[in-house]
Design a binder for this molecule. Sequence first.
Ligand SMILES: Nc1nc2c(ncn2[C@@H]2O[C@H](COP(=O)(O)OP(=O)(O)O)[C@@H](O)[C@H]2O)c(=O)[nH]1
Ligand SMILES: [Mg+2]
Length: 309
Amino acid sequence: MMDADLAERVRGGDRRALARALSVVENDAAGREALLRALAASVGRAHRVGVTGPPGAGKSTLVAALATAWRKAGRQVGVLAVDPSSPFTGGALLGDRIRMGMHAGDEGVFIRSLATRGAAGGISAAAEDAADVLDAAGFDLVLTETVGVGQAELEVAEVADTTVLVLAPGSGDEVQAMKAGLLEAADVVVVNQGDRPDAEATRRALENALALRDREAPPVLVTIATRGDGVEALRELLDERAAPAARAALAARRLGRARRRVRLEADRLRAEAFWSRHGTLLDRLAGEVAAGRTTAAGAAARLVQEAGR
Ligand SMILES: Nc1nc2c(ncn2[C@@H]2O[C@H](COP(=O)(O)OP(=O)(O)O)[C@@H](O)[C@H]2O)c(=O)[nH]1
Ligand SMILES: [Mg+2]
């Protein structure tokens, strides 16, 4: 299938073409760049929501409940499940599939788990490319769930228009999330498992911690994802962030994202060009490091200096 043809079918809502296009960008195949270019004009309508937080907080359950809420409102929802810690689809995602099972057979919901293999720029670039494809395919919402609270999750969170941090009450998760910088990245904080007795205390503790910062504190909501409680309020809050009144903030965020992305690609191109030119010099200096005549840092400094002449 030609790229232009594939792009056309993706735009037309063809689900099989969509699955293929996601495989193309995910595996960094030769067609990735051409495909993304062919889709570029159709990208930018979807509201991209990143859902992050520690395992077990209820992210998948909440994503499924949000998908239900948006389907009721007539919106189409794409879901990406990303696990940066395991490059191959594992058991956790299987569980997610079961939780999303209620949407089986609904063309308005598309779920995909994302592997990281070979993606240039790592998992955040892969997630962003996949979100572009879903966006171009006409999904109104692209929900990206990440597992865990590490640096990779933070990067994935940063490629969203809106980042939702999901925590469970009384788990000490909020302390860990603060340490990992996840609280800093959050636009909305959700205390899920609101049916647990310590939910309200956790919400207050989070609000107090957030109030100490100098920028505007994100709202803290309590939900019970398993029952759908609070999910409609969360959906409304998220929709407000994509509403015309919020367009300037959204545009600024997208500009920052585009900037980061161009930089990443430029760094890659520059590195490729550099090493194709200076491979011989690298071999010579590596030999000196291996023989103990200089350090790696010393060799690198000399390499950059000599290459610049
Ligand atoms: N009591 C309670 N359990 C919940 C709630 N939301 C999710 N769970 C349960 O918590 C467990 C982990 O949920 P899951 O969505 O897989 O969490 P994830 O790892 O963050 O994606 C599952 O057994 C869910 O049924 C909730 O609001 N209340
Ligand atoms: Mg999950």
